[in-house]
Write a protein that binds this ligand. Structure first.
Ligand code: FAD
Length: 483
């Protein structure tokens, strides 16, 4: 068999399902990555994610070359280029890993049909998640819609096989002899594809397999504290691996193996258990998207589609204030500045800003979801949608809608000394740890001494939380009957 491995969101040369199966089944294996015009054409000229992909693809190409192969890199429409290349190389099969997003599923179906017209097969494999689709079901054989029982069933299945069967690594190296070379495989420059190539759009996290490995190594030194540190945005608590999971420069199976290993050696804190739980959330939301693709457009719980959100010029104005970090609520604004400046936002702050947009400003969660999709380095349809629907209380979560975050108490609790706020809002730097969470409550004299004129140096709050809370309860009354 002569085959082609199509890399997409799995930019690594180790522990890779499709690459392994192709190498095992074929005498000759070509490799390709397409900078897909259908996706890239909607992005701005400066996009950190495209730069990250470019750096990661370059590293992948170098690694495949060391193993005796070549990565063919094209800037084209994947639907057309994959069949064209498959025909040129005269391969009998194209190997790829499953993608669970509705548009990607459609693209793969189109490519598969096209390939079939000249007897070339599209073979796809599970790689991006540990358990997919129908692999974790309730005792009644139905998909779960609540996380905790899903997680228990997930863990039961994992441990039933001795704890690492489902996260064993695919051994690539022993089969690498089948990798084929291709001449004239140059990687198009970012500028050739209409993107700005400068240091500016780069992410703070290092790219590629080497970048993922470095972050993981660093995180494993502090994984045991994760349960206590993960909620405080000023603290280096989480792993920052989300963008690597998004583009597959780390392997989910490797991460789960590391978590299981740490759990076995844990004596004091359940840090690794809590982190594993986060990785299971990731599987959970992919599974939800698979079984309920309507969530990409509408509420998971249909009754929530009846909610009437704010609209018109006032809503646009409020939304702009939120996007720009100018709501007058320091933790919300600092969080939005973190997103706008770095492309990352701490998980606690994603929850706070999303709840604020929906439940303080009364704005449709889909507006926020789209903004995050455009700006998050780690944007992933399933996790982003799951997070937004969680915040809107319209998702698969047992939390009742009347539990509304108070942005001031969230700030006092999770950024108690105001360290995170000061990092992104230096104009509030002279306020002390008690004053910084709600500057509008301070006397004019205190504000003056801190060098702040409200409405000039920092905005007055765009809404009053208690009043907004009441409005939200009234807005959500249409779904009261389903609670
Ligand atoms: P860690 O705390 O180190 O967690 C490890 C990994 O577990 C993450 O990299 C991620 O893959 C997974 N994970 C953690 N929390 C969640 C979760 N709640 N749901 C699903 N997977 C999770 N995560 C994304 O990867 N992409 C998104 O587009 C995204 N959008 C979000 C939007 C909202 C409104 C909310 C509330 C959460 C969103 N999340 C998203 C989940 C979470 O905030 C990020 O995964 C996390 O902050 C990434 O940082 P980390 O890698 O340091 O996470």
């Amino acid at each position: 068999l002569r085959s082609l491995v199509w890399f997409r969101r799995d930019l690594r040369s180790f522990d890779h399902a499709a690459l392994y199966h192709a190498l095992k089944q074929s005498e000759q294996v070509y490799c390709v990555f397409i900078f897909d015009k259908s996706i890239l054409q909607d992005l701005p000229a400066i996009d950190r994610r495209v730069a990250f992909i470019h750096d990661s693809v370059s590293e992948l190409a170098a690694e495949l070359e060391k193993m005796g192969g070549t990565l063919i890199v094209r800037h084209a429409h994947a639907e057309q280029e994959i069949p064209r290349l498959a025909a040129e190389l005269q391969v009998q099969a194209v190997f790829a890993n499953h993608d669970y997003e509705p548009q990607a599923i459609q693209r793969d179906a189109d490519v598969g049909k096209n390939l079939a017209s000249f007897n070339c097969a599209l073979k796809t494999y599970k790689d991006q998640v540990v358990f997919e689709k129908e692999e974790v079901l309730s005792l009644a054989g139905t998909p779960f819609s609540v996380f905790t029982p899903y997680k228990n069933a997930w863990l039961k299945k994992m441990y039933a096989e001795g704890g690492d069967f489902y996260c064993r690594s695919y051994p690539i190296e022993s089969h690498a002899g089948s990798l084929a070379t291709y001449t004239n495989a140059t990687i198009p420059a970012l500028s050739d594809m209409g993107f700005t190539d400068s240091a500016e759009p780069r992410m703070a996290v290092p790219a590629g397999m080497s970048g993922g490995a470095k972050l993981l190594e660093d995180f494993l030194l502090r994984i045991h504290q994760y349960d206590v540190t993960r909620d405080f945005p000023a603290v280096k608590g989480p792993s920052y691996l989300s963008v690597h999971l998004r583009f597959g420069t780390v392997s989910i199976r490797h991460l789960v193996r590391e978590a299981l290993h740490s759990i076995r050696t844990e004596t004091v804190n359940p840090g690794a258990q809590v982190w594993l739980s986060e990785l299971i959330w990731r599987d959970f939301y992919f599974m939800i998207l698979h079984h309920h693709p309507h969530v990409a457009e509408r509420a998971f719980k249909p009754d929530y589609d009846a909610i009437k959100w704010e609209s018109g010029a006032r809503a646009e104005q409020m939304f702009d204030a939120w996007c720009q970090g100018k709501t007058g609520y320091p933790l919300v604004d600092a969080a939005m500045c973190q997103l706008n400046q770095t492309g990352y936002m701490h998980n606690r702050l994603r929850m706070v800003t999303a709840c604020f947009l929906i439940k303080d400003l009364g704005i449709d969660w889909r507006w926020g979801e789209r903004y995050f999709a455009l700006h998050l380095n780690d944007f992933d349809l399933s996790a982003n949608n799951g997070g937004w629907q969680w915040a809107a209380s319209s998702g698969c979560d047992a939390q009742p809608y009347f539990r509304i975050f108070n942005p001031i108490t969230q700030s006092e609790k999770f950024d108690a000394d105001g360290k995170f706020i000061r990092r992104y809002l230096p104009q509030l730097g002279k306020l002390d740890h008690k004053q910084i969470h709600a500057p509008w409550k301070l006397t004019p004299m205190t504000l003056k001494m801190a060098g702040i004129t409200l409405g000039v140096d920092y905005p007055a709050p765009v809404v009053e939380h208690d009043a907004a809370r009441k409005e939200t309860l009234a807005r959500y009354a249409v779904v009261k009957k389903v609670q």
